[in-house]
Design a binder for this molecule. Structure first.
Ligand code: ATP
Ligand code: FE2
Length: 331
């Protein structure tokens, strides 16, 4: 079975083609990079509308396939930006109807976990998913990917991006903050907010901006912002690891590009005799292959979806989805 997966929950348009043996036959994507300011949901939707068809064509070329070779269509129903989700869903439905093939709407966060398992070979990980729109710690338990901890306000990537934008570093902020942080080891005290197993980054963001505005060196603030935010992430991941008794830690999402975060997580995992995994960066950020692969898993193991089951869900939670493929096969 050959599945094409469409992705466009935020500002990246992605298309991937995967077969039921887990071979990734094509991976194409294009991110919207705003000149200034953040991402507007309608601009993201427009970006997807312009890029989906060219990226589908490129993917077919890359895989050496034609439209008729596609056996099914998958796309992410959420979570994400409403207009962006609706544009991609419309494209997926049109493609499935015109080819007369099945359609599967998937959960974006689970897509990250499953492409992580497929491409790294880890089996049953505790996952830290960190991106511009999401921050969550999940593990498989009792038939679902349960959320052990998550952000109560903004995502870690969004915190880094908003900080960078406010102090004039441009977008995306994560890589710029990381670069500047390398030039300092002077830690300035910033608020550390872990509530139970959940995280809050908005107070940290405001405090970091205030530190800079009251004259602290930008390198020092970048260093302190990273150390504080990443220590919070590692603390919650560590407690979830101890509680869930998993022996693998998987890091996914765009913020996984950060070397310092990786290093901190890896050390924590080692201390718990757990193995650390991270997909190649092209499978870490949003991509179409993750939805194609999860679509295949769902198609083969879940109730078939009808077009009317493919409504988008802006706040689609990871723990709302049954995960029968984990019970049945060790895929
Ligand atoms: P999602 O829809 O999953 O929330 P996204 O639209 O945020 O995804 P991703 O590519 O997964 O897209 O992640 C982008 C985020 O990753 C941005 O917030 C960016 O600042 C952050 N990022 C990228 N590189 C780094 C880095 N080196 N250090 C820290 N953060 C980084
Ligand atoms: Fe994502």
């Amino acid at each position: 079975v050959i599945c094409i997966g469409l992705e466009g929950t935020a500002e990246k348009t992605g298309v991937g083609i995967v077969d039921s043996d887990g071979h990734i036959l094509a991976l194409q994507g294009r991110a919207l990079l705003p000149e200034k300011g953040g991402i507007h949901p309608r601009e993201a939707a427009q970006h997807h509308a312009e890029n989906l068809v060219p990226l589908i064509k490129k993917s077919l070329n890359e895989a050496n396939l034609s439209l008729e070779d596609l056996d099914m269509v998958a796309f992410a129903r959420g979570p994400g930006l409403g207009p962006a989700l609706r544009t991609v869903a419309t494209a997926a439905r049109s493609l499935a109807l015109s080819l007369d093939v099945p359609i599967v709407g998937v959960n974006h966060c689970i897509g990250h976990i499953e492409i992580g398992r497929l491409t790294t070979g880890c089996q049953d990980p505790l996952t830290l998913y960190v991106s511009g729109g999401n921050t969550q710690v999940t593990a498989f338990d009792a038939g679902r990917y349960q959320i052990f901890g998550e952000t109560l306000d903004i995502a870690i990537g969004n915190c880094l991006d908003q900080f960078a934008r406010t102090v004039g570093l441009g977008h995306p902020g994560g890589p710029r903050v990381e670069e500047l942080a390398l030039a300092s080891d002077n830690y300035l005290k910033l608020p550390y907010t872990v509530k139970g197993m959940d995280l809050s980054f908005s107070g940290l963001l405001t405090a970091a901006i205030r530190k800079y505005e009251s004259g602290a060196a930008l390198e020092d603030v970048c260093h302190s912002l990273q150390e504080t935010a990443f220590a919070m992430l590692v603390e919650v991941t560590e407690r979830a690891l101890a509680h869930s008794k998993k022996s693998e830690v998987l890091l996914v999402g765009g913020v996984a590009a950060n070397q310092r975060l990786r290093e901190m997580l890896e050390v924590m995992a080692q201390e718990h005799y757990a193995e650390f995994f991270m997909p190649e960066m092209k499978y870490c950020g949003d991509n179409g292959a993750m939805n194609a692969w999860l679509g295949l898993l769902m198609y083969q193991n879940s109730k078939k979806m009808d077009i009317c089951d493919t409504r988008v869900k802006q706040r689609f939670r990871t723990d709302q989805v049954d995960v029968p493929w984990r019970e049945k096969s060790p895929l």
